[in-house]
Design a protein around this ligand. Sequence first.
Ligand SMILES: Cc1ncc(COP(=O)(O)O)c(C=O)c1O
Length: 500
Amino acid sequence: MGEDAGRGALFREPAGNSARLGDDVAMSAPLGGGYTNEVWFARARRVIPGGVDSPVRSFSSVGGTPITIARGEGPYAYDIEGRRYIDLIQSYGAVILGHADPGVTEAIETAAAAGTTFGTPTPGETLLGEEVVARAPACEMVRFVSSGTEAAMSAVRLARAFTGRDRVIKFEGCYHGHSDGLLARAGSGAARSAPASANSSAGFALWTVDPPEQARPGASPRQVELTTSPEPEPAVPGSPGIPAGHITTTIVVPYNTVPGPEILDETVACVIVEPVAANMGLVPPGEGFLEGLRAACDAAGALLIFDEVITGFRLAYGGASELAGVRADLYCFGKVIGGGLPLAAFGGRQEVMSRLAPEGPVYQAGTLSGNPLATAAGRAVLDQLDRDAYRALSERVRGFCDELGAILDKAGVRASVARSETLCSVFFAAADTILPVRDFEGALGSAVTGIYARFFHLMLEQGIMLAPGPYEAIFVGMSHTEAVLEEVLSAAAWAAERLG
Ligand SMILES: Cc1ncc(COP(=O)(O)O)c(C=O)c1O
């Protein structure tokens, strides 16, 4: 590919619309009317803290002013100045078919015309539930909620009630939403405020894969025992406002380690994990990690929760669980199953799920849970995603990652491109950073180089929208054709030359 090929095309659409942006016309596009991203963001900041409704959207990790997106179509997003970007955020995985997919749009329109919410059972919940249960291994029942935070929080409550135990084990760099008990050493937007030294593995009894020094692509990690200590440190709250008492039952351990029996004992209700971590960049599970967790949970009588809010029906047809061949007791889903609308779910074994009210005593509820628009959108997405679709996307992402890696290598940029099926990310490295990244320490080490921020801005300059933070995945979806990805790679080559 030519180094500058395609870059000129990215800005072809001028800010030609004369409509004043604001109020009722804000979503018509392409937009202009004199608003710049700076002006609009200043307006947003007056009424919304930090100008964003989720911290990860701010540019605080990379510097500069966030771009405000007015509309999208397929792989493209258009900002309020009318500038076109190739969007690789895709709402952090919630959009897999591309923006404004006609099938999804039609399903939402049809559902909306029939009424947006009733506070009664609606057929769409059952139909989407049947689809989820058919795809996810060992997921026999499902309860719909409105966000991944709710899904994870509710799954943990259910696990505690089912086992009659309190303690929860989570992994550094995994993000399970912002509920009090799970916001400790969390990834994604929360990673920036995490105290660097809190809850390291020192003193824990851990079973781990080979030390990172020996890790290399294709290596088969073996399980080895590290130091032991009967008392793990209590977790440190990931935000002011979380009472220390709300998190004393949370134990945090490094990703890609299997807690030994001194930690994962009969006081532990559940282990919650992203089976492929996608909130500290993309960190796949080491060989034996998920199997080890399954066995350790079984030995302790604890439940295993796979938080597949990102990976569920995004990574592969049946999610990460199917791919790994490891079954969880409970699952959390979100993003893709809502087709870009606010919907999430938790599900699992019937024996566990039937403890939920009203069938059982564990209370959980939501006014908009199972919303008819969201279930219609989710079904319209899943209807288009058969196994062949995931296979094709996985192949495309593999080619993209290979080429991106080669481009960075050729430019002398020290980096590794991580991939698991349809998800990927890039880790930039300092001279002493150990690659590939296997855990949160590694991800933090890559982030502090500051190279991601420079790469981000060089790409943005060329109309490529990456997540404005180093801990997010790159979301290549069904609408990113080979030609679109060629444009991305061409821009990456241009950026890589300027990183050195
Ligand atoms: C793995 C995982 N779990 C839970 C959540 C929380 O989901 P939500 O943002 O819908 O509350 C996220 C969000 O990115 C996530 O990636």
